[in-house]
Unconditional design. Structure first.
Length: 256
């Protein structure tokens, strides 16, 4: 499971763990680049920001399935993580990057796309959609009542900003952060068109909600302490992991 950070990956994993039978699952985040144990037949893992890796590994591993979750980008860019409550978590550019990678997977038979807004308004419909894509999954409960069975880790509770049952109260929370939306729209004017394409808006009249005040710069968690050398080193390490995972698939005869 993947998607842009703050799009609902943690909620989706908790619903999956509590509502489908599985042999093993990540307690919170586990990269798709980590080689899964061979002693289990059904494993659930999630990590945001890995749509590009999912795209490559789906082509190489016939035992892998992918679930991608996306959310109104205005909600994503206005979301705050409990670990850094003094700033916003991510930017529109990160959301768009994940969307572009996921776009190439829509026709894949072992890939299903989930809309966050549907997940919290019609959770059982989303569960049925996932089960239709992966018919071997055995339901043990309904998504709508996942909170009665879930046992989230401390990290998951933090990411959820508090464990709770499914609710739709935050669907339009971005309206409380209009200066942030205006800042990101000024940097990425294509956001208005994308909102229409995805059905979040019929036109651009919603922009009349934005304040007239001058655009101001907001702090963003993913930009805190950014070091280009550190980011490059991180990218190299993840690339090496990807190569090892692909090489292992080829050596064990799992690749096509």
């Amino acid at each position: 499971m993947t998607g842009c950070g703050r799009s609902g990956t943690t909620l989706l994993l908790e619903m999956m763990r509590a509502s489908f039978r599985c042999d093993e699952s990540s307690k919170h985040e586990q990269s798709i680049l980590e080689t899964p144990p061979t002693s289990f037949s059904t494993i659930f893992t999630k990590h945001p920001g890995e749509a590009a890796f999912l795209r490559l590994l789906l082509a190489a591993d016939p035992n892998l399935g992918g679930v991608y979750i996306y959310r109104d980008p205005r909600s994503v860019i206005c979301s705050v993580h409990a670990k850094a409550a003094d700033c916003y978590a991510t930017n529109f550019s990160s959301w768009l990057k994940e969307q572009m990678h996921a776009k190439h997977l829509k026709a894949h038979p072992r890939f299903v796309e989930v809309r966050y807004e549907e997940l919290v308004t019609n959770p059982d419909n989303v569960q049925a959609k996932i089960q239709k894509t992966f018919p071997l999954l055995e339901a043990t409960g309904k998504f709508s009542s996942y909170h009665e069975r879930a046992r989230p880790s401390e990290g998951a509770v933090q990411a959820l900003n508090g464990f709770r049952k499914v609710d739709r109260e935050r669907l339009h929370a971005w309206r409380n952060h209009l200066s942030r939306v205006k800042e990101q729209l000024a940097s990425h004017p294509g956001m208005a068109r994308i909102l229409i394409e995805l059905g979040y808006e019929e036109d651009t009249t919603w922009t009349s909600l934005l304040p007239e005040a001058q655009v101001c710069r907001h702090k963003v968690w993913e930009e805190k302490g950014v070091n280009l050398l550190k980011k490059f080193d991180q990218w190299q390490r993840r690339t090496r992991k990807l190569r090892r995972r692909l090489a292992l698939l080829r050596s064990t005869g799992s690749s096509r």
